[in-house]
Design a protein. Structure first.
Length: 306
């Protein structure tokens, strides 16, 4: 059995969904699902201390660090050597998401034997499926990967069928709120499959900074708040401060579980969007509730702010 180290939460989820959790020997500091992986040794840590900072300050510090050519992560090279990985999972899609580049390349070069380095950098839902297939082939779980991909496709087809006759809901999906960023990569595709339309979304492309005037001009019926790296509780807090648009509901979502990590839960993310946008056509089929309606502050009264 291969010894697997994952520097990427989505990679960790894929390995576990393929039935290979017992082959993981190390994880990143952000890998927390499924819960049992939290007992694994941690091979990466953030280079910046961002705890307790607001989104604007986080955005400024991250941009400053990257602008100086620095990395947002540090790799525990000594621990990595001790773990003796056969396979390492990482990404080069987003410098904010996981170690990618010089810090990891240097650590791998220092290992006594060269592991298979698997780069997971999807741009679309089909790219997520290809990542699952790639991991399955790398760890000897190709059949399991094919079965998982079929399951994901079947669930998304079921959602499309359920909402096919419903009018599309105009939405704006915010991957960050201060400053606001639109949806990118696989998320607009998920929204469309769930019976929505995000005029600001950039399917298959990077998320970009937008303005609140852009949000208002999109005339959304629903503003979906799912800041990258945040769970539901933090998303609810941030959603309470977003600028309101006349007539638009504001719904906070668990970004970490369903939108920021391109892995096996992408199908459940589409189900979540379908229920939020078309609850009468797609009942939520799971016991947990990873979304929350966020009412406007009393002084706003639901009106568009200037």
């Amino acid at each position: 059995m291969p010894r697997i180290v994952s520097f990427l939460p989505a990679g960790t989820e894929i390995v576990c969904a393929l039935g290979a959790a017992g082959e993981l020997v190390g994880r990143s500091h952000e890998c927390d699902y499924p819960p049992e992986v939290q007992s694994l040794p941690v091979v990466s840590r953030p280079a910046l201390r961002l705890e307790g900072l607001g989104q604007a300050e986080v955005d400024r510090l991250v941009a400053e660090r990257l602008g100086q050519g620095g990395s947002l992560y540090e790799v525990d090279e000594r621990l990595l050597r001790e773990l003796r990985p056969d396979v390492i999972l990482t990404q080069d899609l987003c410098q904010v998401c996981a170690p990618s580049g010089s810090e990891l390349t240097r650590a791998v070069r220092a290992l006594p034997t060269r592991p298979d380095l698997i780069w997971l950098s999807p741009q679309t839902v089909s790219g997520i499926e290809e990542n699952i297939r790639t991991v399955g082939e790398a760890i000897g779980r190709a059949a399991e990967a094919d079965a998982l991909i079929r399951s994901i496709r079947d669930r998304i087809v079921a959602v499309r069928s359920a909402v096919a006759a419903a009018p599309r809901r105009r939405v704006v999906f915010l991957e960050w709120t201060d400053p606001p960023f639109c949806a990118g990569h696989w998320v607009p595709e998920m929204i469309y499959a769930a019976g929505g339309l995000d005029p600001l979304g950039r399917a298959g492309k990077d998320s970009l900074r937008i303005t609140w005037e852009d949000v208002e001009a999109a005339m959304p019926e629903v503003i979906l708040v799912a800041p990258c790296g945040y769970g539901l509780e933090a998303s609810v807090e941030l959603a309470g401060a977003v600028r309101r648009v006349r007539g638009a509901r504001v719904v906070a979502l668990d970004a970490n579980a369903y939108f920021a990590r391109p892995g096996p839960r992408v199908a459940e993310g589409v189900e979540l969007l379908a229920h939020v946008l078309h609850p009468e056509r797609f009942p939520w089929p799971h016991p947990h509730r990873p979304w929350a309606e966020v009412p406007p502050p009393p002084e706003q009264g639901g009106r568009a702010s200037s």
